[in-house]
Write a protein that binds this ligand. Structure first.
Ligand SMILES: [Zn+2]
Length: 72
């Protein structure tokens, strides 16, 4: 993940993000676009999207909701 950040910079690639929390040098999180559980490639940089902390939290909560929905 550090290599991707070095190449792309500390940016948030989430198009749904309003960007209010973005600032230079912010902490970013790598997300797999296709989850590994769904057959996504762990080492494929094309399968990784960088997100800021706010987007990371939102997506994590959404995914948890989806998994829960599948379970019941
Ligand atoms: Zn963001």
């Amino acid at each position: 993940m550090t290599e991707i950040i070095r190449e792309r910079g500390r940016i948030c690639e989430d198009r749904q993000c309003n960007g209010v929390t973005h600032k230079p040098g912010m902490r970013v999180f790598g997300h797999h676009i296709v989850e590994l559980n769904d057959g996504g490639a762990a080492l494929d940089k094309g399968n990784v999207m960088l997100r800021c902390g706010a987007s990371h939290s939102r997506v994590t909560a959404e995914n948890r909701g989806k998994r829960m929905a599948e379970r019941y």
